[in-house]
Design a protein around this ligand. Structure first.
Ligand code: NOJ
Ligand code: CA
Length: 680
């Protein structure tokens, strides 16, 4: 008996055995374990080999003992799912959600006896885990100063990383670094890695709701520690239980295209919360926009003012002639005069400049079947915006504006938000302002508030200088698109421009998070006096390689008039897809993506190259049976030195064919439209 007691006591003092959960195909296995001090850890293997070495979990709280050790696994639950759901719009219509899930309840063995659930969900294409805090007496309000979550990537030596810095002034608008894994600095997510063993990974998060965004602080040898985006005042996150943290995600693939084909982030988000969203319209649009970035027009009033009634009517004609459904007009509203991004207090979202006749313009647009895309540049002043938001979306709805582009131009860490005890002074301005990061909890809250206010008026949102994309378009399908990376505007400004590799890098980095409003189609290939690092054919390819349900024909109408073959492509390319398949590519080198039109059977293919020329041979197995005619817009033989050299030609192909394409140096590309011409 005594022997048995001793044995039991010994067993109880040993760390618990790891609990594991495998992906449906069995290749990816995640484990949850505790070390000898009762500290929770997670790890993962793929094909039986280490993929993520034991990595810590836990939380540091501002006003309570840290929640990181002395824990035991007191319960364990399992679930599995294999279902298919439909997107109202998207890069693919149907998404398979196939996973095995393990939930362990971790509880403190002594002291406050606090507890939380760790949910580990493993798909074939990656995993996600999150912490769920039930309501309990000793964890009513969590003031989370730090999350101890780690990702200790195995085989870091000899691996490679594509990343942009976190907590830097220009938010997400940096060129990507391509370095060894061990040379990464404090990085934003998604962070793309190719391990020394050749496995492709993307570390990110899903469903960032009312929480601070996660950055990654490297600690050597492939170890990355979560670093929550700070709050302006107080802890990074303040939440009352019950709640779940966002999912911490790891996409896993054998190739870079494998990452691009994953639906992990969408699958980990909650289903549509808005009900009938038939009022959300994917759309191609044009606008009064590029002229400002070229400095030919101004947002502010005066002789160069772009948003005049006359210009707006002309743009509506241009849009109607090319079947674009929207016209974005920036600089339409009071507030752009002077230093508009100084503090954003001057912006009105309901008062047009006197030379912009909203009623006349929208009436004309209605007649021609073209809607305005509204514009709310906040200059990062969330206080001023939120105070006007309801009136602003009422105004939009009254004017038939069903999509609004928002903007948050302010240096990182300078969003103005109401501090804990807000109140308005006699000058009408709030007393207490805190300065927040674009990726912080206050910003996460703000974006959801915008979506909800907009949805009440059947308005959709395209955000610039946004919080990062974590797949919330599934829950709020009126979040059509966003920027959140260097867009085409940098090619207008130069100093430096985006470089020829940027879009081929985006495909395997930023775009893993979701759609981007890149604003392609600059057929003049000219910024403010300097060449854009792209061939003409690549400007067309971008409509396919960069997924967005709203795509801009961003150049000036007079430039399109000089490029009829390119305009014909832009006019006809769809923005909503039945299926999407990234077929080939590597960050910075090239990307080849095929998409099937959601409104028909046609397939479209885009190939965007990088600095050096690439020859790709694309198997067309994605085409259905029958004979197909391929219309190809591709780099001509002289495109390396003359980026305007574009050949438009036709070829007859079948699913058994391969298409050989040469993407020129300096940012070459090709775009293809496949139409079935016979057989089934
Ligand atoms: C930056 C946005 O990215 C750009 O599209 C917009 O024109 C300016 N802000 C002004 O709002
Ligand atoms: Ca921007």
């Amino acid at each position: 008996m005594r022997m048995l007691m001793v044995l039991l006591a010994l067993l109880a003092s040993l760390p618990a055995l790891a609990v594991t959960v495998a992906s449906p195909d069995g290749r990816l296995v995640a484990s949850v374990d505790l070390d000898g001090d009762g500290r929770p850890m997670w790890s993962a293997t793929r094909d039986g080999k280490p993929l993520v070495l034991p990595s810590r979990l836990g939380f540091i709280l501002g006003d309570a003992p840290k929640l990181d050790r002395g824990l035991a696994i007191v319960a364990e639950r399992r679930a599995s799912n294999d279902s298919r759901w439909e997107q109202p719009w998207g890069e693919r219509r149907f998404v398979r959600d196939h996973y095995n899930e393990l939930t362990v309840t971790l509880a403190e063995k002594a002291g406050l006896q606090r507890r939380y659930d760790l949910v580990m969900r493993v798909h074939d294409d990656g995993l996600g885990f999150r912490s769920g805090f039930p309501d309990q007496p000793n964890l009513k309000t969590l003031r989370i100063v730090a999350e101890l979550t780690e990702f200790h990537v195995a085989d870091a030596a000899g691996g490679k990383a594509w990343w942009i810095p976190a907590l830097e002034w220009n938010r997400e608008e940096y060129l990507y670094h391509a370095t060894g894994i061990t040379e990464v600095g404090l990085a934003q997510t998604p962070l793309t890695l190719r391990t020394g063993a050749g496995t492709w990974l993307s570390i990110h998060e899903a469903a960032l709701v009312d929480y601070a965004g996660m950055n990654l602080q490297p600690a050597g040898d492939g170890l990355f520690r979560a670093q929550l985006t700070p709050a302006g005042l107080g802890p990074a996150v303040t939440r009352n239980s019950p709640f779940f943290t966002p999912w911490r995600t790891l996409m896993v693939a054998d190739s870079a295209p494998g990452l691009a084909n994953s639906s992990l982030i969408l699958n980990l988000n909650e289903p549509n919360r808005l009900g009938d969203v038939s009022w959300v319209h994917p759309c191609k649009y044009t606008g009064i926009w590029w002229g400002m970035h070229l400095d030919q027009q101004s947002w502010s009033s005066g002789p160069k003012h772009g948003a005049t009634t006359a210009n707006a009517l002309k743009m509506i004609d241009f849009a109607a002639a090319n079947t674009f459904c929207g016209v974005l007009i920036e600089g339409w509203n009071i507030g752009w005069d002077g230093n508009w991004f100084g503090d954003g207090w001057d912006f009105s979202f309901t008062k047009p400049y006197p030379d912009f006749d909203m009623a006349r313009i929208t009436a004309y647009g209605r007649k021609r079947g073209v809607g305005l895309i509204g514009h709310h540049e906040t200059a990062g002043n969330l206080l001023n915006y939120e105070a006007q938001m309801a009136a602003a979306f009422d105004y939009d709805r009254a004017n038939g504006i069903n999509t609004v582009k928002t903007g948050y131009v302010a240096d990182a860490g300078q969003l103005q938000v109401a501090a804990a005890t807000p109140g308005f002074g006699t000058d009408g301005k709030p007393h207490d302002i805190s300065f927040e990061w674009h990726e912080g909890q206050a910003s996460a809250r703000h974006h959801v508030k915008v979506l909800e206010e907009a949805a009440r008026r059947q308005v959709s949102i395209v955000s610039h200088e946004p919080i990062k994309d974590t797949g919330l378009r599934r829950t709020y399908p009126n979040w059509l698109s966003r920027e959140g990376a260097r867009g085409m505007e940098f090619n207008a400004w130069g100093n430096p421009n985006n470089g020829p590799e940027h879009e081929a890098t985006l495909a395997f980095t930023r775009l893993l998070a979701g759609p981007m409003d890149y604003t392609p189609g600059i057929v003049s290939l000219m910024g403010r006096g300097q060449r854009i690092p792209s061939t003409l054919a690549k400007q067309l390819a971008l409509y396919i390689t960069i997924y967005s349900p709203v795509q801009m024909a961003a150049d000036l109408p007079e430039n399109y008039a000089k490029a009829p073959a390119a305009l014909r492509f832009i006019r006809s390319v769809p923005v909503d897809w039945q299926e999407s398949i990234t077929l080939a590519g590597q960050p910075g080198s090239h990307v080849v993506t095929a998409r099937q039109d959601r409104a028909g059977n046609d397939w479209w293919l885009g190939a965007a190259g990088g600095k050096t020329a690439v020859d790709v041979s694309v198997p067309l197995a994605f085409l259905g049976p029958g004979r197909w005619r391929a219309e190809i817009w591709r780099d001509g033989a002289a495109a390396d030195t003359n980026p305007f050299d574009m050949v438009v030609e036709q070829r007859d192909v079948t699913a058994a064919s391969s298409l050989a394409l040469r993407l020129a140096s300096g940012g070459g590309g090709a775009a293809v439209h496949f139409k079935r011409v016979g057989g089934q």
